[in-house]
Design a binder for this molecule. Sequence first.
Ligand code: FES
Length: 147
Amino acid sequence: MKEHAEKEFITEMQREYSETAIDHARNPRNVGNIPKCDGFAQGTGVCGDTLGIWLKVKNDRIALASFWTDGCGASIACGSITTVLAKDRTIEETKKIDRDTILEALGGLPEDHVHCAELAAETLSSAVKDYQELAKFPWKKDYMNNK
Ligand code: FES
């Protein structure tokens, strides 16, 4: 019975979500914080869910990106693909990752979950700003270890 319900659930998901979106929701990449990160932001979506993004930057490129969310499956997929998209990009390239970049990379999302991509994009943008602010005051990182 449980197996049947699970299969039905997956079939329903496949009707609404692309294979890529399902994959990133079920096997999210880059989950959890980066100790001593170079940039961090946490955002709250219109739904009230939160998503955090950590960045490690080397030579103006995103060396590592990770995320965490307490949101829906779509927000997990969005956080996951956002970290994959950001990795190895320059700061200027990373700034260009927006809601539509994320939606395109995921093969789209149902209309009522487009805001999850918005949340990931806005959080990434804030994490980049945090990196740029911290870069001006590197000594601040010493007492911000809890990020
Ligand atoms: Fe809240 Fe997706 S992030 S519903």
